[in-house]
Design a protein around this ligand. Structure first.
Ligand code: SAH
Ligand code: SF4
Ligand code: F3S
Length: 439
């Protein structure tokens, strides 16, 4: 018997890339590749890249620089670049980096095994019309109790700063039947929590029995799967939060009380320049409606500071919006000009201005996050154990509100859902004591 070939995958960027990396590993698994955690052992290295900000895409070239020496020592080593930089730069990657053998865009992953077998230096960044996932092998047994499930890909929103509509293409939703099938199989493998993924997940409009289904209908159907205890979804656009989805937050117990709802800015002038197609006031009203449906929901968001033309007054409006909402968490980024996007034509702000604003915004968000966590102390929460903690006899899992919770529980098992009394709040997690095993 020949020895199995080894695959090393490095994933950058968003959760969709995490999901895609897993699926690519499965597809190559069917061709005899086993994954390795040690790059030095690999016969094939796949870098699944992100193009969202300049820093993210630069990481590819610094990693390729390091792989050059490895390939010199092992000439049989193949190096593949997947993900959003692959889509954005295509052949340019082969020109810039002679170590690279293949470049595969996110819509062509089902052709990856054939590309690897074919050999030579090749690029595939086509956007096929069919569902690439239906050409990938079935998902293998998973280790953990949580899983991602991509339901929708691509984006038609064209925010002025963003590369996603170019790297991932137009919005495409996977059919309901395939998703239910994949979800049932995940649950049969021990998964208790599924996070539905999409660049604009709440724009989901998949073909299902009786016509086109929205995300709320899909969530309600998934909630009927016995053993699927928790459902989450990310990332949403404010304009696609329809009445049914808001109502589902109040009606579907499995739908967890956490919503990531990026707003980017609190200034109407900047929101307009960003082509976000909503105002700060509309966002605030939407938050009110969501909280009316599910009062304890924890909201998180994304912010960009230093967008071209952002004045101090615009920035203050963003801080005002943050104060008005009270976020439980948020990601914030300094604007990064991306080639090919409309905003990249505009003059950037001085770096010091953007840096200072980012710091101020992050301090406010951190304070809100700490206040949200402190408010959990003394409360009873439900925790799904995901792994053992660092201390002996300790387990770590996520609460309904997505807080990491550490629990001393020598009898705890991964995949168990327990009730916990929160005792303390640390910077990025909570600590608590076991009350009971819920099942
Ligand atoms: N589809 C999602 C996620 C897009 S990427 C959404 O609409 O929210 C994740 C975040 O990266 C964005 O929400 C935005 O805050 C940030 N981002 C995108 N392009 C950026 C850029 N050019 N510079 C800085 N941050 C950016
Ligand atoms: Fe990018 Fe905007 Fe689409 Fe989100 S909604 S992926 S920020 S273009
Ligand atoms: Fe990055 Fe592409 Fe995701 S640009 S954030 S990997 S969709």
């Amino acid at each position: 018997m020949t020895e199995a070939k080894k695959l090393f995958v490095k994933t950058y960027g968003c959760q969709m890339n995490v999901y895609d990396s897993e699926r690519m590993a499965e597809a190559l698994g069917a061709k005899g590749y086993v994954t390795t955690e040690t790059v030095e052992d690999a016969d094939l290295v796949l870098l699944n890249t992100c193009h969202i900000r300049e820093k993210a895409s630069e990481k590819l070239y610094s990693d390729l620089g390091r792989l050059r020496a490895l390939k010199a020592a092992r000439p049989g080593l193949k190096i593949g670049v997947a993900g959003c930089v692959a889509q954005a730069e295509g052949e340019e990657i082969l020109r810039r980096a002679p170590v690279v053998d293949l470049v595969v865009g996110p819509q062509a992953y089902h052709r990856l095994p054939a590309m690897v077998e074919a050999g030579g230096r090749i690029v595939d960044t086509e956007f096929p019309v069919e569902d690439k996932f239906s050409h990938l092998p079935e998902r293998r047994a998973l280790r953990g109790p949580t899983a991602f499930l991509t339901v929708q890909e691509g984006c038609d929103k064209f925010c002025a700063f963003c590369v996603v509509p170019y790297t991932r293409g137009a919005e495409v939703s996977r059919p309901v039947a395939r998703l239910l099938d994949e979800a049932r199989k995940l649950v049969a493998q021990g998964v208790r929590e599924i996070t539905l993924l999409g660049q604009n997940v709440n724009a989901y409009h998949g073909e299902g029995p009786g016509g086109t289904w929205g995300l709320a209908r899909l969530v309600r159907e998934l909630a009927g799967i016995a053993g699927l205890d928790r459902i989450r979804y990310t990332t949403s656009h404010p304009n696609d939060m329809d009445d049914d989805l808001i109502a589902a937050h109040g009606e579907v117990p499995q739908l967890m009380p956490y919503l990531h709802l990026p707003v980017q800015s609190g200034s109407d002038r900047i929101l307009k320049a960003m082509n976000r197609k909503h105002t700060a006031e509309q966002y605030l009203r939407l938050v009110e409606r969501i909280r009316a449906a599910r009062p304890d929901i924890l909201l998180s968001s994304d912010f960009i500071v230093g967008f071209p033309g952002e004045t101090d007054a615009d920035f203050q409006a963003t801080l005002d919006l943050i104060r008005a909402v009270g976020f439980g968490a948020a990601f914030s980024f300094k604007y990064s000009a991306r080639p090919g996007t409309p905003a990249a034509e505009k003059a950037p702000l001085p770096a010091e201005v953007a840096d200072a604003r980012l710091q101020e915004l992050q301090a406010l968000i951190t304070a809100q996050q700490q206040a949200t966590q402190a408010a959990m102390v003394g409360r009873e929460v439900t925790v799904l154990y995901e792994k053992p903690g660092r201390l002996p006899g300790q387990m770590v899992g996520k609460s309904d509100h997505l807080h990491a919770v550490h629990v001393p529980d020598p009898d705890g098992r991964i995949g168990e859902i327990v009730r916990v009394r929160v005792a303390a709040s640390a910077p990025n997690s909570l600590a608590g004591a076991l009350i009971s095993r819920a099942g």
